[in-house]
Structures are given as C-alpha cells and as structure tokens.
Design a protein around this ligand. Sequence first.
Ligand SMILES: O=C[C@H](O)COP(=O)(O)O
Length: 371
Amino acid sequence: MARMLASVTGLDEAQIALRGGADIIDLKDPADGALGALSPEIVHEVVNAVGGRTPVSAVCGNLPMDAAAVRRAAETYAATGADFIKIGFLPEVDARSAVEAVADLSGRVKLVAVLFADLDPHLDLLPVLAANNFHAVMLDTARKGSGGLLRHFGPDRVAAFVGRAREAGLKVGLAGALEAPDIPRLLPFEPDFLGFRTALCAGGRSGAISEEAVRRIRSLIPKEGQVNGSAQADLRLLARGYTPGGDEASRSTDRIFVHDFVLPVEIGAYSFERGRTQKVRFDVDADVMRVTDNPQDMGDVVSYDLIMDGIRTIVARGHLDLVETLAEQIASHLLAVPRIVRVTVRVEKLEVAPGRVGVEIVRSRSARTGS
Ligand SMILES: O=C[C@H](O)COP(=O)(O)O
C-alpha cells in the first residue's frame, strides 16, 4: 500500500504535513536542489516533536560520490534519531564504494538510496544496494525545472525499475515533481511510497506547503484496506448503490477512449517481422463507472492516461506473434481497474498490407467473473 511522503523544511511545515495526513515526514532543504540537507539540529527537533506519530526521514545532502564524505554525512544524520536517511547516488562514477561505506549503519537507521530518472541512473546498482543492507530505493528527479518523473521515465521504464528493485528485495519510492494526475498512473506499479514537495507548495517547491494541498494529494492515494488506487472510488460507488458483483454494466457509465494511438511494436508471426518494429495503431474505448455528475479532481475520474500507459508497458515487454494476444493483454490490464467494466480494443498493423489489418475485441468484467 503506497504511503505519502511529504518533504518539509522544518517543524512548522512538518506540523502542516501531519495535519494534512502525510504518512512520512521527509526533511530537506528544497532551496538547495533535490537533496539539500537541513541541519542535524532541525532534524533532531522534528524527530522529537513528531514523537513517533509517523516515520521521519532526513536527506543527507548533495554529496560527492566519495566514500568517506558519504559515510560522514550518513553517520551525522543517523545520529539525529530519524527513522530513514536518504542518500543520493549519481551515475557518473561507480557508487559501489560509497554504498559499501554505509552498510553497517543499517542497524541504526533505515537506508534509502535516491537515484535520478533524469540522470540516466545505473540500475545495476539495485542489487548492490540490497546486498549492502539498504531498505529502499527512491526514483526522483534531480533537475526540478525539467518536468516530472514520467517525462523522464515513461511508464514502461518505471515498471522495469520497480520490477528490478523488488527483485533485489528493496522497497520502492517514486517522486519527481509529481502532480495529482501522476498518482493514478503510478499506483498500478504498487510503489511503497510516493514523494511530494512541489505539488504541496503554493508558488513552486521553495514556497511554503499548504495543508489543503497535502490533504488533496493524500486523498488520491488509497489507504490500508483499499485496493490499487480504486478503493476510494469503490467507497464512492458503494454510496451510490453500486455493489461488488452487482450488475455493473447496467449502471451509469461513461466512456473514456484513446484513438489513433500509433506506436512502433515488435509483433508478427513471420520471421521477417522479428527483430524489428512496425507501426501499430490502437483504438481503445473503456466504459467506466461514474461516481459523480460533477467531477472535480482525479479521484472522480479514470484517466485515459491509464490506457496509454498500459499499452506502452505491454508493448515494451517485447515481441508478440499475434495482434490477438496483444489485444487480450490490453483488455486484461484495463479490466484490472475495478471501475472499468467493459473495453473495446482494436489493434491494427499499418505496414504489412496496402491497407490495415488487425483485430477488435470486446471484453467485459461481468463476462470474466461470471457476475
Ligand atoms: O523526496 C521527494 C521530493 O522531495 C519530491 O520533491 P518534488 O515533488 O519537488 O520533486
């Protein structure tokens, strides 16, 4: 279940974040880049004031990839009483010795590595982190003015990152100028936490955070007992008379769609279709249970981004022989979103004939579950 990490600059903001419902208080100086550190005294003060109500994490600073410097900073912040310390690892040098230099601190504090999506991170570091007792890895962005996480790492790369981190046995955090529409797109990857600063501030990440913004972001992340980004919606659906296993398709639905979505895809049963891509067009319509006639925020809707992200992620897995297989995988992926009750998926190869060839399938939840 994803938790919400809120980056704050000290005690006042920590209290605002707690009132807004943040699950992890993260201490950093946003005016000093992605990993600007606050003084150990401030961290200690916040740890005492939070008094165990939520975990507290502290950023160790913008460190050179030098084992001794990383060790010194990590020891300093481990001594503050923070539950987690976050250490950034840059890709330009081999970070292995810096990772090894802090391994034995894991008995005192949970170690969290931060890698940067916009700096071409070395994913080979993931097993090294796990072997050196790191608890978690967080994918963030270094250049905060350069767009959010998904701009640098498409959903297919995020899926690969999360998969490799989990395989190594690490918990996973995702961050990087995340905004409200990113949340339903990232929840399907089942991160352990999502990190925010910019979205919580009025006037950029160096501005002050607002309780209302914290609350709004928190409301988009399901809590324990809720499922995969959908349970909040499920509660609203229940309030409107939808019942699990009921005749969902006959209830009020809206249709979201992605049409004329063309991607290069490795597909085809012929040998000449292997080892290369060809253009494939996707047209997908999804019937979505309506929770309100007055949609105001991302919690009220199912985003069409989920359709595009799903297609990209499936296509990135590699070669498939049949358009039918691809269409079925897309349909299954979308019907895993509980609010989607019916999908029409059309997959067309654009380059194998003078015209277009392909398949269209219609699949619904009730037909699958028998409900
Ligand atoms: O650790 C998480 C970051 O503080 C997120 O900051 P951001 O939303 O400004 O990228």
